[in-house]
Write a protein that binds this ligand. Structure first.
Ligand SMILES: [Ca+2]
Length: 408
């Protein structure tokens, strides 16, 4: 290998020669004329805005700061100016803004509704289900969960007043869920009946409209709000995934959140494809969650592959719905799976575990090598949350005598 090649490999991805253009990351389904401009870490965004307006002529150009650190601008301009923008000093990269998708489907798109199985499944190593769905610990008390999703239906009985409407991507918006997805995921994480961490607090960070439409730009604004306002201990769950072009902005946002002591949970995505193609699932720092079907197979819609860290129930999950205080509905998807892991993270944080230890701990404690069917390179790891000690299964010895506690 020549020295020149070694040099290029060592510095790949870094603009090491003044005047090299920044990289451009296209989306297969871009929003025409709308771009996220990532700036170098020490770049003054106001100065960069001035440079952009100068290069682009200023006419009809709208530029807004959507993430302070790492710095990102959202700008509209004609793509014919792309080469100019990529050569402006201080620009680290440009990516297309594009739609992101919620990672769930309603029951009308799914198989027949199954009896509630999910909370029962994750506190035992093997099937059959034992009818116990309790978890050890204090239910995630004092932990703050931030859901980048459709908001939360405030006042649902599942939340017992522990839900907080925290952010709306629309100026003047009320942050209330008018879609259902966010309320459903929130109750899987903290709901009094449907939830894993029943004493944690959940914050709605609304990045989707009523029809579930969102963009990388909207999600980035939500990330920015959390980076500035978060309360610790902190878990952030994404309810969305990008298209298969990925997103350096979302990936960088995850890294920033973990640097700020939040644990980040991401759905693997619901396209039945490689999870390493989408953001934030492909992020190294996030806990990426695939959907487990009943009987321990990968759910047919779930993404798969080596970017998944763990699987959790994601088929036919009953949880709260947004129509009324007592409403519920059944959805499937990797967002539902991620809701279980978010609750499990809250239990760990509430027990005093440091945020940077949680991912490795959940992986270490997962139920390994028990999944069935084709895994497509995914790790065979299912979420495991310990039951209370008094619910640990007891078995008499074969010849009578003392009862031995069996660790499940
Ligand atoms: Ca059980």
């Amino acid at each position: 290998m020549s020295y020149k090649l070694i040099f290029i490999f060592l510095f790949s991805g870094v603009r090491f020669i003044q005047g090299d253009p920044a990289p451009y990351y296209p989306s297969p389904f871009p929003i025409d004329g709308l771009f996220l401009i990532g700036a170098e870490a020490d770049q003054d965004l106001e100065e960069l805005k001035k440079s952009l307006l100068l290069e682009l002529g200023g006419a009809n150009i709208k530029i807004s700061r959507i993430l302070e650190a790492p710095p990102v601008l959202l700008a509209n301009f004609d793509k014919k100016y792309m080469d100019k923008v990529l050569n402006i000093p201080g620009v680290a990269y440009v990516e297309d803004d594009a739609a992101v998708e919620l990672q769930a489907g309603g029951k009308k798109f799914e198989e027949p509704v199954l009896p509630e199985w999910n909370l029962d499944r994750i506190n035992q190593r093997t099937l059959p289900l034992d009818g116990n769905a309790d978890y050890a610990g204090n239910g995630g008390k004092d932990v703050h969960i931030y859901l980048l999703d459709t908001g939360i239906y405030k006042g649902h009985e599942e939340f017992q007043g522990k839900e907080i409407i925290s952010f709306d991507f629309k100026a003047g918006g009320n942050g209330i869920d008018c879609n259902g997805h966010g309320t459903h995921v929130a109750a899987i994480a903290v709901g009094k009946k449907y939830g894993v961490a029943k004493n944690a607090t959940v914050h709605g960070v609304k990045i989707c409209g009523c029809r579930g439409h969102s963009t990388k730009g909207h999600v980035t604004k939500g990330i920015n709000w959390i980076t500035r306002k978060r309360r610790l201990p902190c878990v952030v769950q994404f309810g969305i995934a990008s298209d298969e072009g990925g997103s350096p902005t979302l990936d960088n946002g995850v890294k920033e959140l973990t640097d700020l002591d939040c644990v980040v949970v991401a759905p693997a995505g619901n396209n039945g494809n490689d999870s390493c193609l989408v953001s934030p699932a492909r992020s190294q720092e996030a806990i990426t969650v695939g959907a487990l079907a009943k009987f321990d197979y990968i759910h047919h819609n779930s993404n798969w592959g080596k970017c998944i860290d763990i699987f959790a129930p994601g088929q036919s999950i009953m949880s709260a719905w947004y129509i009324s205080t007592y409403d519920n509905d059944t959805l499937s998807g990797t967002s539902m799976s991620a809701g279980h892991v978010t609750g499990a993270v809250a239990l760990k944080l509430s027990s005093g575990m440091k945020a940077d230890k949680v991912k490795a701990k959940l992986i270490k404690e997962s139920t390994k090598s028990k999944m069935h069917g084709r895994l497509n390179g995914s790790p065979s790891r299912m979420l495991y949350v310990k039951p209370p000690q008094d619910k640990v299964k007891s078995k008499p010895k074969a010849h009578g005598g003392n009862v031995k506690k069996e660790e499940l």
